[in-house]
Design a protein around this ligand. Structure first.
Ligand code: SF4
Length: 193
């Protein structure tokens, strides 16, 4: 196994199947840790760098690859590019299996392209939804969160209209009865108890 695949990845949450985090049915990974401090951020619980839990990248990828019927994976946060090596290794593994990959990040396209480390992290990603969240330009649908953010299509797999058609929110009930609301309305990836 490549060393990068054993990289510890600090995560906030995962769900095996969602319809409100990208086109089609998707596995969703919320990473833990973000220092970008966008006012009005909808997921402050994912900010502390020491919160959440850690898993090896290959363990998460193996779970994705044994989840039937999904079209792809969305990686959000928190800030996925805070852990660029883990993201790159994960994208390599699930992309090689033919799954689509969407990443939501607070970094802008120009910030990513000007950093070799960040650029390498999104090499295997189909669409990056890029830029700081601006609460003055809030959008309740379409996954961007605010109108200044950019759909950066790095492959032809996903069109903008596919993101616009994503449901605004969904309620997921886990096997243990845990209720989670995800999507762009009100909260994202937050357990309600
Ligand atoms: S980049 Fe995302 S997680 Fe980080 S503060 Fe901004 S909106 Fe919140």
């Amino acid at each position: 196994m490549a060393l990068a695949q054993a990289t510890p990845w600090r995560l906030h949450a995962t769900v095996p199947r969602s319809l409100a985090n990208g086109p089609g049915e998707r596995f969703v990974v919320w990473t833990q840790g973000c220092a970008l401090a966008c006012p009005g951020c909808f997921n402050p619980d994912a900010h502390p760098a020491t919160g959440g839990f850690t898993r090896a990248v290959h363990g998460v990828a193996d779970e994705v690859l044994t989840t039937p019927g999904i079209e792809g994976v969305t990686v959000t946060g928190g800030e996925p590019l805070r852990q660029p090596e883990a993201l790159a290794a994960f994208a390599d593994m699930v992309g090689a299996a033919g799954l689509g990959i969407v990443v939501l990040t607070g970094y802008s396209r120009s910030e990513i392209e000007s950093s070799p480390t960040l650029a390498a992290a999104v090499t295997g990603v189909d669409t990056v939804i890029a830029g700081r969240y601006d609460q003055r330009l809030h959008l309740g649908s379409g996954l961007r969160g605010s109108a200044n953010k950019e759909y950066w299509a790095r492959t032809g797999r996903y069109s903008t209209s596919m993101f616009v058609a994503v449901p605004d929110a969904e309620v997921l009930v886990g096997p243990d009865g845990t209720v989670m609301v995800t999507g762009m309305v009100a909260v994202a990836g937050r357990e309600l108890g």
